[in-house]
Design a protein around this ligand. Structure first.
Ligand code: ADP
Ligand code: MG
Length: 704
């Protein structure tokens, strides 16, 4: 085979066959390249295995030994039997491997069979030092099939151990990889340019691929297991470099777009803005607004992220930007992730624009077909100037007359496709996305690598601090006293229940029962209401409006209030089963209070048992109110994959790199990619490669 080897489908590789190919495909491995670019799970030093006489309890070790005897031993538990093998290594040391309930092994561990055992050692008073349920591999005597598997690739060297994939054992994969590597040419096409490799001391592609599977004798096993060898680093760098090259190209491509009509800002418009402004903007709001409006005045479409912690006041900034667009005769689409939030924005905006001459409409999924048609018609004809809504805005059959500005609130909740679809409804409109989930630096480089960023760092003045406490169930009475005190002072409270998908009914019942209990037995003299996602839209609106007016004093709710809801008079946030929520979610919920002039309290009510993660989350929330710190902590606890939820949200699918572990390398890769792409001649090959492969490779929307 030639250099086409890497792109060959695994199903056509000798010795794979349809069943194994299907197993591999299920693990995301369809081509030879997929298989060869996958890092082994770990490496075992079978060149210098541990001598049995040096084994100690508590260590995890590899030994190479020969079976002396084996047998099945009954235990006191009926039906529970232990398979035991006594093994001896070349130095004469003897130890034991015990496998619970695996009697079939007696046909495998036959006397004189040579084996490799890997696993933790423990000391049993009854039987001494033993491997319990170790991983094992049989070392075959060289036989007639030695061309395929002569046993020497499994022992006497540093050996890669792969994750089992369906029917493909680690050993089978080792044989397959070894054979493919023999067929791999000495040099293969390398997307990382030679000068960059040279300056960073990285091996070429073929060398790196060999190095991660069958490293040279003498390579540090520790470095291998930590993925720190040049071979590993080179492949991680390659992945990041290609990813960043795509991001840079995408950004440069957008920079070539031209909008039909950049906005202009004159005194009349400044006046109009001042008129709707209900308060003085904070420094961060003013700077952000200036950056946004400057973008809007350029002929290149804006592509900006407005980042600001919960309650920082992003909405008014977005609305002022919307006003500028509308004063310029452009339509604005404002998309929010939930109906409650869309409705709230709609009401806020309507109120603020009362004196203005613009028509604001709302478009959500719960509109009747007739009403929906009517709104669509208004948007298409241009009589509606600003439309606030949910993902219903991204639907295919909605057309705008002159969409000039797209605003997306809590943007990480939308898929890439929805964003792209809404953007596509205008001719290169300006795009402003907002998020209250601060983006840790490490992720900012990836998900938002092609956005400009404005940050509102401070909260509006006059905000009272939020005290956060964690309490166990036994303190419930104390919490009710706190709520009562606040209600007596004219404030309001939230009591939040988790809603976990697989126990949705039970949780809903719990929330409903709690609302009844609070109303009938605890706060009889106040008005308690229940809000959850299953309610009809009008019902939700009615409850939210009553809470906003202050007619409802205690709002028992599922997490539907998580994002954006704004009732400044609410000063208590009780989160039931706080142990079940994610950190960012807790922070978002807490952000529902502390919005007015009164001091607020957030109570994290937990129930045992508490997992270590849950404990860490609750501790983090009590410790800090800083959304940036919380985001970093959340990322540490959850890992980048879960941080934003789905891959749809714009996180790349990475094969070997890890955004957290390797973030340093990601930053370097970005620098190198930018510098390389600044050389048009030299970078031509890279541009071609990235344009062809980037979108599929990283599971994202294309560069072009
Ligand atoms: P978020 O950034 O979380 O979306 P909002 O835009 O909902 O925050 O604003 C939170 C609250 O702060 C709202 O009640 C809003 O009216 C108020 N607010 C925003 N900016 C200011 C300001 N500069 N001065 C006073 N209050 C403000
Ligand atoms: Mg908001």
């Amino acid at each position: 085979m030639t250099s086409d080897l890497l792109s060959t489908a695994l199903q056509f590789v000798r010795g794979v066959g349809p069943k194994r190919a299907a197993d591999l495909a299920r693990a995301g491995l369809t081509t030879v390249e997929d298989l060869l670019l996958r890092f082994p799970l770990r490496y075992e030093d079978r060149a210098t295995p541990c001598e049995i006489r040096h084994l100690r309890p508590g260590m995890t070790a590899t030994v190479t030994a020969e079976v002396v005897s084996s047998g099945v031993r009954p235990t006191r538990r009926p039906g529970f039997r232990l398979f035991e093998a006594i093994v001896r290594d070349a130095t004469g040391g003897i130890t034991k491997a015990v496998f619970p309930n695996q009697a079939f092994l007696k046909d495998v561990f036959v006397p004189q069979q040579r084996v490799v055992l890997y696993g933790p050692l423990e000391y049993r008073p009854s039987g001494g030092l033993q491997f319990t349920n170790p991983e094992y591999e049989l070392i075959r005597a060289e036989g007639p099939d030695s061309e395929l598997d002569d046993g020497t690739i499994h022992t006497g060297r540093i050996v890669p151990v792969y994750e089992k994939v369906g029917s493909m054992t680690p050993r089978m994969q080792r044989v397959l990889v070894h054979r493919l590597l023999r067929e791999l040419p000495v040099a293969v096409a390398d997307p990382v340019p030679e000068p960059i490799r040279a300056s960073r001391g990285l091996p070429d592609r073929a060398g790196a691929i060999r190095g991660i599977h069958f490293p040279e004798p003498g390579t540090s096993v520790e470095a291998l297991n930590e993925l720190k060898t040049p071979a590993h680093q080179r492949l991680i760098f390659e992945e990041f470099f290609l990813f960043q090259a795509g991001m840079v190209l995408r950004k440069r491509k957008h920079a070539e777009d031209r909008k039909p009509k950049p906005v202009i800002v004159d005194d009349r418009i400044r006046d109009a803005a001042r008129k709707i402004l209900p308060f003085k903007l904070t420094e961060g709001q003013r700077t952000s607004l200036r950056e946004i409006v400057t973008d809007m005045q350029r002929d290149v479409p804006m592509n900006r992220l407005l980042q600001g912690d919960v309650g920082a006041g992003k909405t008014i900034v977005a609305l002022l930007a919307a006003l500028v667009a509308m004063e310029n005769g452009l339509q604005v689409a404002f998309m929010a992730p939930t109906e409650i939030l869309a409705d709230q924005h709609y009401l806020t905006i309507r109120r603020l624009l009362e004196q203005a001459r613009f028509r604001v409409v709302s478009l959500t999924g719960s509109l009747s077909a007739a009403k929906r048609r009517e709104v669509h018609a208004e948007i298409a004809s241009g009589t509606a100037h600003l439309v606030v809504g949910t993902h219903a805005l991204a639907e295919g059959d909605l057309a705008f007359k002159s969409l000039g500005l797209v605003i997306i609130d809590e943007q990480h909740r939308f898929g890439v496709m929805q964003r792209a679809s809404l953007r596509g409804k205008g001719s290169h409109p300006d795009v402003l996305v907002m998020t209250a989930t601060p983006i840790p630096r490490t992720l900012a480089l990836t998900t938002y690598g092609d956005l400009d960023v404005s940050v509102i760092r401070e909260l509006p003045p006059g905000r009272q601090p939020i005290t956060t406490v964690s309490k166990s169930e036994s303190k419930r009475e104390e919490i009710y006293r706190l709520i009562r005190k606040e209600l007596a002072a004219g404030r309001q409270a939230y009591v939040i229940y988790p809603l976990v998908e697989d126990s949705e009914k039970v949780d809903l019942r719990a929330a409903t029962a709690m609302a009844d209990h609070l109303q009938q037995e605890v706060f009889q003299e106040y008005h308690v209401a229940l809000l959850h996602g299953r309610l009809k839209q009008e019902e939700k609106d009615r409850v939210m409006a009553a809470f906003a007016r202050g007619d409802v004093h205690v709002l028992v709710s599922t997490t539907v209030v998580e994002v954006g809801v704004d009732v400044p008079n609410a000063t208590v946030m009780v989160i039931e089963h706080a142990e079940r929520f994610g950190l960012s979610q807790l922070h978002q919920l807490r952000g529902r209070v502390g919005r007015g002039a009164h001091a607020s309290t957030c109570v994290l009510l937990y129930q045992f048992p508490l997992s270590a993660d849950a404990r860490a989350r609750i501790a983090a929330l009590v410790e800090t109110i800083d959304g940036f710190v919380i985001a970093e902590r959340d990322l540490e606890i959850r890992g980048p994959g879960d941080f934003f939820g789905t891959r749809q949200s714009g996180m790349p699918t990475l094969r070997v790199g890890d955004l957290l572990r390797d973030h340093q390398l990601m930053e370097e890769a970005r620098r190198e990619a930018v510098a390389w792409l600044d050389q048009p001649e030299a970078s031509r090959a890279l541009v071609t490669y990235v344009s062809a492969n980037w979108a599929t490779r990283f599971g994202l929307v294309g560069v072009a």
